[in-house]
Design a protein around this ligand. Structure first.
Ligand code: NAG
Ligand code: NAG
Ligand code: NAG
Ligand code: NAG
Ligand code: NAG
Ligand code: NAG
Ligand code: NAG
Length: 623
């Protein structure tokens, strides 16, 4: 008995302490992946080895929560007045590709740390059935840092801070920014990948909630957002505090670098410079390597070009011109590619892509499998223009684009070296009695991938890149059946035509927007048209123009329109799917295909809008 007493009293003490000595202050100058941090992480949230708390990584759709494990006492009693509080935290939102991130991050005070919520525009704090009204299962006060403009919640723009009380329809919001000493507002890009410090202060005497952000730890004098509100009706006596973030088709890593919180007082200051820092952008690293080895690279290039020059002379082959040495991606030797493809043997022939044959190859040095596309071209001028374009395009890197590894020119032949895609092109899974077909889940994932890849070409790079030839045979599938867009920019080579005096219309019939056949000018909007045709192909399992089809059914778009008007739209769906699909999703894709295929360019959505529709963020307009 004697032994039990201390044990018992110990336990008693702990229980009591849970109710009487609630922490009134939290301080995390970085996080540690041990229990002692007392954080409850759910969803994709995790603490990285470097002490950074990441709520999501840059894939989607994900949601992540991190709450202080025990609730804090934010009110004197159930019916009392809310306490004042102050909090400061540093965060960084790192999109995988510049300008293509989503959705956002929120500081959250809520009654339950087990939020039944959704990713995407719901930021992990609300669920679709509760939209607009007070959530039935929890009371919630949040400050959102939102990087996507969700029309459903009347967001003001795609870079704003908002105060949300029991609803994602913000009660107050403003474009992200801060006031300088002379009270002028300066914008701040939330998803710049750089750390941002935020302060949230609630004064329960004045009934005011202020939000301030800055690019460093120097706190601006004026808040960017000031909202008069008494939080007492929304606070229960005990509330959980923490963070939530979510991603969708567009995604970013949402990370917290440090956090401090205090009830009835000012939160302990955080110093950005002493918090764990984000690993630098990956290209910084390569820039360094390149920088350090430029002299040796130049030497190698000189040596190689000398060697090639003589070899070429001996072979009576083309001389490499100066400009060719300035092209970005790797220049392979003809010899190397010939060897890699076993002399461009018929056995290695993968198929006839647009503009040329494609061979499978294995590079000797790296043992990597590649696809080598051999394009014939008579015009040196055209080649030169194309190559200077791919010197830029070679730097385009995206998981939904087939990576261009390098190139080689030999007389009128251009050889382009790409990543090898194990599953070949999408058309093989769709048309002409395919041996293997894709189920709807796979098809939908491929569509999403292509949409993101095309959005990256249009908006994610320094310059707008128009694909010009979006179609099923230019969509390639890797070993996991992820859709990747290939051959971007290649059509440009042929636009000038072998005969320089004329501008030829390039693209593939059935995917060509009507204005392109008139003007010969490709735009991002004509890419959207082709994407619309692709959507319909993937759904219907037939080409946009089926040579063998009845005259009435000649054009896929017209046929789908006709069936839609007759209320038989599901009759167009590929019978090979055996009816295994969600009707809402299918209808959305069909409608989207029709909207993208509008004859009037301005009536077509942008790729960014297309991605929103596919992500279920926005409802398609009725027509
Ligand atoms: C976690 O909880 C323990 C016990 O309540 C406390 O001693 C410790 O300070 C807490 N850690 C943090 C980081 O709040
Ligand atoms: C991102 O997080 C999800 C969920 O935690 C995980 O399944 C996935 O592997 C992560 N992806 C990367 C690239 O780290
Ligand atoms: C939404 O909230 C309701 C009520 O709290 C819950 O029953 C439902 O499961 C939630 N839905 C989702 C998709 O989480
Ligand atoms: C905040 O907005 C929600 C939804 O729009 C509304 O129900 C609520 O009354 C607002 N709260 C305040 C304090 O304005
Ligand atoms: C700041 O952002 C707002 C809203 O996005 C925009 O209207 C304004 O032009 C921007 N100001 C500057 C100086 O970029
Ligand atoms: C909120 O900001 C206003 C200025 O807009 C300031 O007068 C007030 O003291 C601030 N309150 C808190 C709690 O920071
Ligand atoms: C913090 O950022 C502001 C605005 O960019 C700048 O004026 C100020 O000098 C910076 N302070 C420090 C200590 O870097």
């Amino acid at each position: 008995m004697v032994y039990f007493l201390p044990l018992f009293s110990n336990l008693f003490f702990l229980v009591v302490s849970a109710f009487t000595s609630q922490p009134t202050e939290l301080f995390f100058p970085g996080f540690s992946d041990t229990k002692s941090d007392n954080l409850t992480l759910t969803g994709a949230a995790k603490i990285e080895k470097n002490g950074i708390l990441c709520l999501t990584n840059a894939t989607g759709p994900l949601l992540g929560h991190a709450f202080y494990s025990s609730p804090l006492r934010l009110k004197s009693s159930a019916k009392g007045k809310a306490f004042s509080f102050s909090t400061s935290f540093a965060f960084a939102i790192v999109p995988e590709y510049p300008a293509l991130g989503g959705h956002g991050l929120a500081f959250v005070i809520t009654t339950s740390k087990d939020l039944k919520a959704l990713p995407r525009q719901y930021l992990g704090i609300q669920n679709a059935t509760e939209t607009g009204d007070s959530p039935s299962n929890h009371d919630l006060v949040a400050v959102e840092f939102d990087t996507v403009q969700d029309l459903e919640f009347l967001d003001i723009d795609d870079n704003h801070v908002g105060i949300d009380i029991n609803s994602l329809d913000s009660n107050a919001s403003a474009p992200a920014g801060f006031y300088t000493e002379d009270s002028t507002k300066q914008n701040l890009t939330l998803m710049s990948g750089k750390p941002i410090q935020a302060w949230v202060d609630y004064d329960s005497v004045e009934n005011i909630l202020n939000v301030t952000i800055a690019p460093n730890s120097t706190r601006p004098r004026l808040p960017m957002l000031s909202f008069g509100v008494d939080l007492s009706p929304f606070f229960h006596e005990f509330m959980y505090v923490g963070f939530s973030a979510s991603t969708g088709l567009l995604s970013s890593s949402h990370c917290i670098l440090g956090w401090s919180f205090k009830i009835n007082g000012e939160a302990q200051g955080l110093d950005l410079s002493s918090l764990p820092s984000l690993p630098g952008p990956p290209n910084k690293h390569t820039a360094l390597i390149v920088g350090a080895s430029v002299p040796s690279v130049i030497l190698v290039i000189l040596a190689v070009s000398f060697a090639i020059y003589f070899l070429v002379k001996i072979n009576n082959d083309d001389v490499i011109e100066d400009w060719e040495l300035e092209i970005g991606p790797k220049r392979y030797s003809y010899h190397e590619l010939k060897q890699a493809t076993k002399g461009f043997s018929a056995k290695n022939l993968l198929g006839h892509g647009s503009f040329g044959r494609v061979y499978k190859g294995k590079l000797r040095d790296s043992k990597t499998q590649v696809a080598v596309k051999r394009v014939s071209h008579e015009s040196n001028q055209g080649l030169r223009e194309f190559l200077s374009e791919i010197s830029g395009i070679g730097r385009l890197r995206h998981r939904n684009l087939v990576q261009l590894l390098g190139w080689c020119r030999r007389r009128g032949d251009l050889l382009l070296v790409y990543d090898f895609m194990a599953n070949g092109s999408l058309d093989k899974f769709l048309f002409d009695e395919p041996k293997k077909t894709l189920n709807w889940g796979d098809r939908f994932r491929v569509i999403n991938g292509v949409a993101i890849g095309l959005l990256y070409l249009h908006e994610g790079y320094e310059q707008v890149v128009i694909h010009r030839d979006v179609k099923a045979s230019n969509v390639l599938l890797d070993d996991e059946l992820n859709g990747k867009l290939g051959d971007f920019g290649l059509a440009r080579l042929y636009e000038h035509g072998s005969n320089l005096r004329t501008t030829r219309v390039v693209g593939t019939l059935g995917y060509l927007a009507p204005e392109v056949t008139r003007t010969g000018k490709a735009t991002t909007s004509s890419d959207v048209y082709a994407f619309g045709a692709l959507l319909l192909e993937v759904v219907c399992g037939r080409r946009p123009i089926e040579p063998k089809a009845l005259p009435l059914e000649l054009g896929l778009v017209d046929w789908v329109w006709k069936m839609y008007r007759e209320g038989r739209v599901f009759d167009v769906v590929d019978p090979r799917l055996n009816g295994q699909y969600g009707e809402d999703e299918m209808l959305m894709v069909l409608k989207l295909g029709l909207i993208c295929s509008d004859d009037v360019p301005v009536a077509r959505p942008s790729m960014r809008q297309v991605v929103r529709y596919l992500d279920g963020e926005a409802e398609l307009p009725d027509f």
